[in-house]
Each structure stands twice: as C-alpha cells, then as structure tokens.
Ligand binder design. Structure first.
Ligand SMILES: Cc1cc2nc3c(=O)[nH]c(=O)nc-3n(C[C@H](O)[C@H](O)[C@H](O)COP(=O)(O)OP(=O)(O)OC[C@H]3O[C@@H](n4cnc5c(N)ncnc54)[C@H](O)[C@@H]3O)c2cc1C
Length: 421
C-alpha cells in the first residue's frame, strides 16, 4: 500500500521539518502536538554542517540566519569570577568558516511552523492514545479528537516519545544515561552579558549564564525587513549541570522536588549561583532532566517510524540534536518520495542512509558531558588546559572539532526530482 497520508506526532523541529518536505513531495501530512499552541522560547540550539544544507534547500536559511543568537564566545571562570580560559563559539563547534547558526529552539520551531501552516494541518492540544495497524492503514485514536486512519505514523515527539512507547515499548529499554543532569531556566541578565556564555565549574558541578542578541528575549523570531533590536538583552539563560552516577535514578517528579535537588547540589557553590538558584525558584518553566540518549536497534515498526530525538536523541551534550532532527526529516521524506510512497522500500533506506551519521553525532556526547561537567579536580584541570589550547590547535590547522566533523559526516542526496503527485 502506497503512502499518502502521514500523521506526525510533535511540532518542534523534526515534526514541522518532516511536514515541510512531505508536502513538497505531494504527501498529506497532519501534525498533532500535545501543547495547546507552538511551544515558545527555550534554550539555544545549533544548526550545523549537513543541516545547513537541508535548511538551505528549504529556502529558510535567511530566516535562520536572522534569528542567530550572535553568541561570540564562552568564558570559563573560577569560583571568584576570574577568567581561567575562553573560547570563540566557532572553535567549539568546529565552524571554521562561520557557516553554522545558533538560534533559540522556539524560534527555529516557529520558522518551520510558519513555513508549513498554510499547507499542512496542525492539531494542538491532543496526543495519540492508541495505534492499530490493519489492511487499510493505521487506525489512530487520540486523547481528545476523533479517530483517523492514515498510511503512516511518525513519532517526532522527542526524548520521551509517546509514539515510541506505544509502538516500541517502554523508554527504559532505549534510554542511555550519561551520568549527568541538566537544568535550564530564564533569569534577569544582571551581569549585562552581551552575546556571551560564562561557565563556572567545580568538580562535578557547572553553573552557567548566557545571553544572546536582544531578539532572543522575544517569543517571535525576527522578521524579514525588521531592523535588528539594539540595547541590552534583559534576559539571560541560566544552566546548572551536575554529575551523578546513579544510572538516571534522580528523576524528581514535580517542580518542588526539582528545585530541592538543585538547591542541595548547588548550595554553597559561590560565584553567581545564589542568583541562579533564585531564578530556578522563580521560573515556572524550569527544565530539568537527566542527560540521556536514545539508542534503538531500529526506528521502524510496520507503518510507524521515528525521527529526531524520539529515534536517536543524542542528549544536549552533543549539541547536534537539532541538526540530526533536520537531517533525519529531510532524508525520511526524500526516501518516501524516491520510493513512490512505498514504506517497505523507503523506511529501511532512510535508516541505511542516516544511521552512521546519527551514530557519529551520538558518539560525541559522552566526551561533551565530561567536557562540560568534569567529575574530578584532575579532570577539571585537563578540561581547562584543553580549552586554553584549542584556539592554538585551531590556528595550527588541527582537524576541526569532533562536533564539526560529525556534523558534516553525511552528504545529502538531492530528492528534488521525486514527487508522488
Ligand atoms: C536542555 C536542552 C539543551 C539542548 N541544547 C542543545 C544545543 O545546544 N544544541 C542542539 O543542537 N540541540 C540541543 N538540544 C537538543 C534539541 O533541542 C533537540 O535535539 C531537538 O529539538 C530535536 O527536536 P525534536 O523535534 O526531535 O524533539 P523536541 O524538540 O523534543 O520536540 C518534541 C515535540 O513533541 C511534543 N510532544 C511530546 N509528547 C507529545 C505527545 N504525546 N503528543 C504530541 N506531541 C508531543 C513536544 O511538546 C515537542 O513539541 C537541547 C535539548 C535540551 C533538552
């Protein structure tokens, strides 16, 4: 049975990107999102390497570039706030020619949703309750809306994917904990940071503050023709991350417990940490999760497939989750088009084309976690030495960072000549 209708769960990065390409090739995508409206704001994410090619082919690169956070460098300070090392943003991501882009996840999602809202159906405030595959397709029931029968279901619903749980079983089977936890919240920019990240590390703990260009304080990405905002950014993002080798057992169920864990771990740390903890207590959107990856032996079960964090979430420590989602969506839709809509041909090809790329990008996360949160004092000294030598190594022509190499480790096929109608 050929595919025409595709139900996508999740409207962040992978979901709308997949909807974009599916519509381009003549499929009928519907996106269902649990949140009542497009989710706003959030942390900064990176679009690098092959993902820049994917966004360029969408025609959305100017929008993405306009929303760039402008972050120029990261500074590493000691408990007294003295700078011990600093790195240019480009050196971190191996971006030697300034081609990559960093923007807020919410801005990127909005750019993708705006590019698809007039051509694809979006259903907000609902979630898939059950999937049942039969000869006519997949019968999907929802928590709120009426049942639908579609040709293909794709879970683009993130690390804790609902579609994965329904089709592949409990997430514990696929979660790999990297021995670190992370919390992110929004705080007043009381240090007056301008396009800069500052990180204070003690063994096993890191606290950070970063503030991008003024438009990063807005829910909406900058529009074409709009003059750039000037003046200080009133907001900064605060990050708290810590090492705990408990296999992911620290999973505070509610907000009060999350705040308590952070107060326990970071109490008495010094630097700006008391102000960050005040921000943790004040921000209703406090994010807190284990730093985990999704590792699955396969992403397809019959007429259900996965894309983005739901299938191969690399953890925030790779800095590549967004680029992987954009590349995965591009290849999945392209292979479906190239196979004339036949999922038996297209879904294995999507996996074969992208698996090595996804693996390479997942593999940079464990070193990334040790870099961000060294667990011991010697580990911290080695990290700071590595930071201090990185600019010199880059100047001497060292072969880019692992992130940069992984980001460029796939050549995207051109699917332009394929369409199912
Ligand atoms: C704290 C943090 C920091 C990060 N930092 C970086 C970084 O520096 N650089 C980088 O590149 N990446 C970073 N990432 C990763 C990046 O955000 C993700 O990898 C990327 O957004 C993947 O997109 P996605 O669309 O697959 O999943 P997500 O962005 O997680 O989106 C999933 C969507 O599905 C929706 N959803 C969930 N459940 C349901 C349901 N039952 N029904 C319907 N919809 C549902 C959610 O509301 C959400 O809109 C970070 C992630 C986190 C959590």
């Amino acid at each position: 049975m050929q595919t025409r209708t595709v139900l996508i769960s999740g409207a962040s990065v992978a979901g709308p990107a997949l909807a974009f390409w599916l519509h381009r090739y003549g499929f009928d995508p519907v996106v269902v999102e649990r949140a009542p409206r497009p989710r706003e704001g959030g942390y900064a994410v990176d679009v690098r390497g092959a993902a820049i090619t994917a966004v360029e082919r969408m025609g959305l690169l100017p929008d993405v570039r306009r929303a760039h956070t402008g972050t120029a460098r990261a500074r590493f300070v000691d408990g007294a706030g003295r700078t011990v090392a600093a790195l240019d943003a480009g050196v971190i991501g191996g971006d030697t020619d300034g081609a990559d882009a960093e923007l807020l996840r919410g801005h990127l999602a909005r750019i993708l949703i705006d590019a698809t809202r007039s051509t694809c159906e979006y259903v907000y405030g609902d979630s898939i309750a059950a999937l049942e595959e039969g000869p006519a397709g997949v019968r999907v029931s929802f928590e709120n809306g009426p049942d639908r029968v579609v040709d293909l279901v794709v879970g683009a619903d993130g690390l804790h994917s609902n579609v994965r749980a329904l089709a592949f079983g409990p997430e514990e089977r696929y979660l790999r904990h990297l021995g670190r936890y992370i919390a992110i919240c929004t705080v007043p920019n009381h240090l007056g940071l301008d396009r800069e990240a500052v990180l204070c590390t003690t063994p096993g703990r890191v606290a950070g503050l970063y503030s991008g260009a003024p438009h990063t304080a807005r829910a909406e990405p900058p529009r074409a023709g709009e003059p750039p905002l000037t003046g200080p950014n009133p907001e900064a993002k605060a990050l708290l991350a810590f090492a705990r080798r408990d296999g992911g057992a620290t999973r505070p169920a509610d907000r009060a417990d999350r705040v308590r864990v952070l107060e326990e771990v970071f109490g008495g740390m010094g630097w700006e940490v008391p102000a960050v903890l005040a921000g943790v207590r004040a921000d209703p959107d406090l994010y807190f999760d284990g730093i985990t990856q999704i590792r699955m032996p396969g992403w397809t079960r019959g007429r259900t497939d996965l894309v983005g964090d739901a299938a191969y979430g690399p953890s925030p420590m790779s800095g590549q989750g967004t680029s992987m989602a954009l590349v995965g969506a591009y290849v999945l839709a392209g292979e479906l088009a190239a196979a004339g809509g036949d999922p038996a041909v297209a879904l294995p090809r999507y996996e074969a084309e992208t698996r090595a790329f996804m693996r390479a990008n997942q593999d940079i996360a464990a070193p990334g976690a040790r870099f961000l949160v060294p667990a011991t004092a010697p580990g911290l000294r080695v990290r700071d030495l590595a930071v201090r030598s990185a600019p010199l190594l880059a100047r001497l022509g060292a072969p880019g960072s692992r992130v940069g190499r992984a980001a460029r480790s796939i050549t995207l096929r051109d699917y332009r000549d394929h369409a199912v109608r």
